[in-house]
Design a protein around this ligand. Structure first.
Ligand code: AMP
Ligand code: MN
Ligand code: MN
Length: 320
């Protein structure tokens, strides 16, 4: 895909909107805010808005975090609409802006969205994060501390602080260009990525305790239902990290974590270490993601869901 000139694409616009996927993660929030700062700085006479489902409070230290519109009450249309870190299917309340926008620009790194959904598409499946793709589209001399910090948040959240296999030399080179902007990166990593509240740790403990291993311990699954979430007083965002903790267990290649989002309906997260292509499994059930991290939504009981998933996971593991 050819390089897109972000500022030229926006030069005639008087209203621009930016959005990313529902249940926004660090990459979704970081990418949206980085682009928001960049466009506002370079196009001061243009109205720029960010629409996102309410992000976790761990990101609230970002500049102008309170500008994020999670109400989707705005009824107007936009000249340019940016879809970041997703295809148009997971825009939630912001989908209406996509439909009515003059021009749509999709910037992403999901292999399951390789065609892109916009009039203009920059989808780089080998990039660690959408923030990494965005860095490539921004002029380096125009970056500042807030943009750098937002891009850094996006990158570290999607590559597990440079641990996951999506970390490339390029990812590290970009990080090396960002940290001289002098934001407090050790603290940022600690407070947005590793730190968990007491309740988040408690429910993680519960999920680990009640996990079930199968395929000789090569797979593990755990499930949190609504009753359990109510008992601990947690919301879906508090469950981030559980699937990674499951994947961390010695001998495990594929970890599945699910939580109830409706009656007989589960949000499924999958992670693998080396062998299972979880994007393939998730895509089969209408979801998507990356080879080592993917997700989908599935209907049925916990046992229906895990039986359906394990069929596909086992097929891949047996083929080895
Ligand atoms: P999660 O397990 O929700 O943290 O997601 C892991 C990866 O898969 C992330 O890159 C998500 O953006 C992606 N993903 C999760 N759910 C879906 C879905 N329903 N459709 C497409 N991609 C998804
Ligand atoms: Mn994301
Ligand atoms: Mn991402």
């Amino acid at each position: 895909m050819s390089k897109v000139n972000l500022l030229a694409e926006c030069s005639k616009a008087s209203r621009i909107a930016i959005s990313a996927h529902i249940r926004p993660d660090g990459d979704a929030v970081g990418s949206c805010m980085a682009l928001y700062y960049y466009l506002r700085k370079m196009l001061p006479d243009t109205e720029v808005k960010v629409f996102l489902e309410k992000p976790s409070d761990v990101f609230s230290d970002m500049k102008d975090f309170e500008d994020i519109d999670s109400s989707f009450a705005e009824e107007g249309t936009f000249d340019v609409f940016f879809v970041l870190d997703t295809n148009k299917e997971r825009l939630g309340g912001a989908a209406k802006y996509f439909e009515t926008a003059g021009k749509t620009i999709n910037i992403d790194h999901h292999i399951s969205n390789s065609a892109g959904c916009g009039d203009i598409n920059v989808v780089e499946p080998h990039a660690s994060s959408t923030a990494e793709v965005l860095f490539g589209l921004m002029e380096e001399k125009l970056l500042d501390k807030d943009i750098a910090k937002a891009l850094y948040i996006g990158i570290i959240h999607d590559c597990g602080v440079f641990q996951y296999s999506n970390t490339s030399p390029k990812t590290l080179e970009i990080a090396a260009k960002l940290i001289p902007f002098d934001f407090n990166f050790p603290r940022l990593i600690e407070e947005t990525f590793y730190q968990k509240t007491y309740l988040q740790n408690q429910i993680m403990g519960r999920a680990l305790m009640e996990s079930i291993r199968f395929m000789d311990g090569r797979c593990i699954v755990s499930c949190v239902d609504r009753k359990m979430m109510e008992f601990y007083g947690v919301v879906p965002g508090d469950l981030d990290g559980i699937v990674n903790q499951l994947r961390n267990i010695k001998g495990v290649d594929c970890a599945v974590f699910m939580y109830e989002i409706g009656l007989m309906e589960y949000k499924v997260s999958m992670r693998s270490n080396e062998h299972v292509d979880v994007a393939k499994v998730a895509s089969y059930f209408g979801g998507g993601g990356h080879v080592r991290a993917a997700g989908c939504t599935m209907k049925g009981t916990f046992h229906d869901v895990i039986n359906n998933l394990s069929l596909h996971i086992e097929k891949q593991l047996e083929r080895r």
